[in-house]
Structures are given as C-alpha cells and as structure tokens.
Design a protein around this ligand. Structure first.
Ligand code: SIN
Length: 476
C-alpha cells in the first residue's frame, strides 16, 4: 500500500528515523512553517556511512540488469506520484507549481536515462603492442558516494547524481539542502517502495551543513563526493576531500552571458531571454546573469524585453498562472536588492521593476546602461533581474563574456552560421546555447569549466563519474 510522501523524518539504513532535535522548514512564499525535520548530527552521519559501506558489496554484486530494473521501478513510482512530489517541492522551494511539475519530469528523466545507460558500462579490449600479453579494461563502481545538493532543484539535482550512482553499483548518502529536505525524503519513500535494498540510499537532514559536509568529505569509507552549490563551498569540500584523495564532481556557480548580435532574430532572443532568466525566479546556476546586446539593436531589444518582463505574473507558486515565485529566503532577497542598488548607484536605468515586494518577492526587473564594474556583472545575482550591457564588435562581446572566473553556461543569438561556429568555439563555458535559452536535458553532458566545476552530469558521460576503470593485463 502506498504511504504518504510528506514525511517529517530522515532515512538511514532502510529506516525512517526521527530525532529529539528538529528544525522548521519555511515556505518562502508565505514565511510559514510547513513542517519540521530531524536535525541530524555528525554521529548520525557516521552511522549512515557505515550502513552504506555494508550495503555496497551486495548491491554492487547484483547483476546490472537487476539493479537497472530497480532503478526503473523508481522511475515508474516518481511518474505515478508526480503531482504529490511537485506540490511538496512548491511548498518548500516556492517555485511555481507548473515549474515543479516540469522539474519532476526533468529529474525523473535522469532516472529513466541511467536505468538504461547502466547496462552500457562497457570495458574494452586493447591491442597489445608485443606478444605474450593480452590487455583489457573493465569498469567497476567507485563505492560509497556522498552527495550534497542545493535547494533550487530539490529533486533533479539529486536524481542526476543518484540514478547513475545506483546504476553503476555505488551506494549513496545524501545531504539535501536544509531549505528543501521534504522532496528528498519523499524520494527516499519511493526508493524504498521500488525495492532498492536498505543502506543503498540514505538521507541525512540537518542544519549543520558544515559539520556533515566535513564528515562526508573526510571519512575514509566515502570514496566520492558529488556537490552542486557555490564555488566557495566546493573549494572547501575539495580541500577536505584531498586528505583521503576522494574523487570529486562539482557543479558550482556560474555567471552566464547572453549575447545578442545584430544579425539575431530579436523575437526568438526575447523568448530565449525569458526562459533563460526567469526559470525558478532566476535562481539557477545556468541563469542568464549578463545580457550583452550589440549597439545597433540595443534599444529595440531593451524595449521588447521590458514589455515581455512586465507581463510576468508574480506570486505564491500554488496560485494559478503564477510564473515568478519568491526568492528562497530573506538572504536571497537582500543579495538581489544589493545588486540592483549597486547598479543604480553606478548609473543603471530601471526600465521596469527594481523593487522588493512583500515577503521574499522581488519585481521582475530590467536594467539598462549597467556599468561593467557592477556587482551584477561580477557575481551570480540569483534573482529575477536582467542586466543589459552593450558591445560593438564580435571580439569585444567574446572578451566581455569570458571576463569571469566562471564558465558554466553561455548563450548567444545570431542567424549567421559562420559567426555561430566561431562564437560557440570561443566562449569559455562548459555549455553553450546557440539560439536557445535552455540547454538542460538528460541526454546532454551538464557541467562547467574554470571555477564552475569538475565533471559532467547526465548523458553517457554522467555514469563515468561513478565508475573506476580497471586495466587487466593477462600474461600467457
Ligand atoms: C542548477 O541550477 O544548478 C541546475 C540547472 C539545470 O539543471 O538546468
């Protein structure tokens, strides 16, 4: 019989567990508590690591077909409970329900993808250069994996790590963001129902992100850390993981440029700008942060973008028709306010928006004439603000776009095929959207270069992050 998915417990060694210490989870749209969740400790984390280590060999020894069938079961269950999951997600993250429904499908597409890709983790035979030896490779699971995930995609950022890890034969300890633990626990219920054995997946809910992160990144039984979040936290996890030479994969901050050349289709660029900027109220690592528009079309683009932004409906994500929800919390709102104020102080013009609304909401905003030394140009704003800069030549646009330590996503619009090839190759980013503002999907390698990360998630490459290559040399 199916049990409810809203569970105020953590999940260790196949059991839903409580604690006498709990914390409240706040709905960012209302400021009210939606429930409380165990505030687990480093000692609980150690128990989860031991359980994951114990579960690893039996899980890894299952024939891959059986493991992949269990992962497929999870896919079917997520599909079946899509509405319930999406509602929990909206309550804890504030994102509009329509977006939560899209995220459940997006997150589940990784489960489906890796339930299939797990069957294709081929080794190879290698021609020997001399007689008397025979060479081949096999791929084996890394072991116990720890994942630390953010609040902006409460399901998808978990599943694109969990699904390949499970299919590869790893066991998995998750520390979800303290803002959005309920989606993670709901997922644990479905993992349980899918028949995935105890100890294979565990969820540590806690406010002590630093303490739990340190334990996960230093414990010798954890063989790999996968993290999505800020570059500064990634840096410190990497330092900690260095002590036991763990494998790491990181999806870190971005500062995505969006270039609009004068040979672009402006209406398509506006549609791409809205999609690339306002998804999750601008709170995505791949969100457009800097719009560079060529001089000749700057005013036309700014006017059309302003008109489109004015139409966006802001509000509680559970209300019909809402397209832009709240920022995650007051700190998120303050950062947006600080960035806009700084830009205005340096001469930016507010075309629309520019003000905080009641609660954690901020008006969808367009700013023109933004100075290059503004915070908006240098840091991820993580909010519903379009900052417009201008450029005159292709070389200048590329130089400005690349003038950042980050390199996650970049986007540009042009109808000239030669320019498209040149600019796509010159942009320093792990992912480039050419005449599109959306690049994410399960079959594509998601990830960054420079200080935006290490490794790729999704695609046929995503499972390699959870596999070691073993080379076998046979003598005669
Ligand atoms: C992120 O913001 O970290 C992920 C966005 C995506 O998967 O599209």
């Amino acid at each position: 019989m199916h049990q409810p998915l809203f569970i105020e417990q953590a999940y260790i060694d196949g059991k839903f567990v409580g604690s006498k210490h709990t914390f409240q989870v706040i709905n960012p749209a209302t400021g009210k508590s939606i429930g409380q969740i165990p505030d687990l400790t480093v000692a609980d984390t150690k128990k989860a690591i031991i359980a994951a280590d114990k579960a690893w060999k039996p899980w890894n020894s299952l024939p891959v077909g059986e493991r992949c069938t269990l992962v497929r079961n999870l896919y079917e269950l997520i599909r079946k409970h899509k509405d319930e999951l999406a509602r929990i997600m909206t309550l804890e993250s504030g994102k509009p329900l329509t977006e939560s429904l899209v995220e459940v499908d997006y997150g589940n597409s990784f489960v489906e993808w890796f339930s299939e890709e797990g069957k294709r983790t081929y080794g190879e035979t290698i021609p020997a250069l001399k007689s008397g030896i025979h060479l081949s490779t096999i791929k084996q699971s890394v072991g116990v994996v720890a994942a630390i995930t953010p609040w902006n995609f409460p399901l998808a950022m978990i599943t694109r790590k969990l699904a390949p890890a499970l299919a590869a034969g790893c066991t998995f300890i998750l520390k979800p963001a303290s803002q959005t633990p309920f989606t993670a626990i709901a997922l644990a219920r479905l993992v349980d129902e899918a028949g995935i054995p105890k100890g294979v997946f565990q969820v540590i809910t806690s406010k002590d992100s630093q303490g739990i992160g340190k334990e996960l990144s230093t414990h010798p039984l954890v063989r790999k850390i996968s993290f999505t979040g800020s570059t500064s936290v990634g840096r410190s996890l990497m330092e900690q993981a260095a002590g036991t030479i763990k494998r790491v994969s990181f999806e870190l901050g971005g500062n995505a440029p969006f270039l609009v050349f004068d040979d672009a289709d402006i209406d398509k660029a506006i549609a791409g700008a809205i999609a690339g900027k306002f998804r999750n109220s601008g709170q995505t690592c791949v969100a457009v942060n800097r719009f560079y528009v060529q001089e000749g079309i700057y005013s036309a683009f700014a006017d059309k973008l302003t008109a489109a932004v004015k139409k966006l409906k802001v509000g509680d994500g559970l209300k019909k028709g809402v397209q832009v929800g709240p920022l995650i919390n007051p700190a998120g709102l303050e950062k947006v306010q600080e960035h806009v104020q700084d830009a205005v102080d340096k001469g930016a013009v507010v075309k629309t928006g520019g003000k905080a609304l009641k609660g954690n909401f901020y008006e969808p905003t367009v700013l023109t004439d933004v100075a290059p030394n503004s915070l908006l140009a240098q840091e991820e704003t993580f909010g519903p603000v379009c900052a417009l800069f201008s450029f005159s030549t292709e070389e200048e646009a590329i130089r400005l776009a690349n003038d950042t330590p980050f390199g996650l996503a970049a986007y540009f619009y042009s109808e000239n095929i030669h320019r498209c090839r040149r600019v796509a190759e010159a942009l320093e980013a792990g992912m480039v959207g050419i005449n599109t503002g959306m690049v994410s999907n399960a079959s594509a390698p998601f990830g960054g270069i420079k200080q935006s990360g290490i490794g790729r998630e999704g695609s046929r490459y995503g499972i390699d992050e959870y596999l070691e290559i073993k080379y076998l040399c046979y003598g005669e």
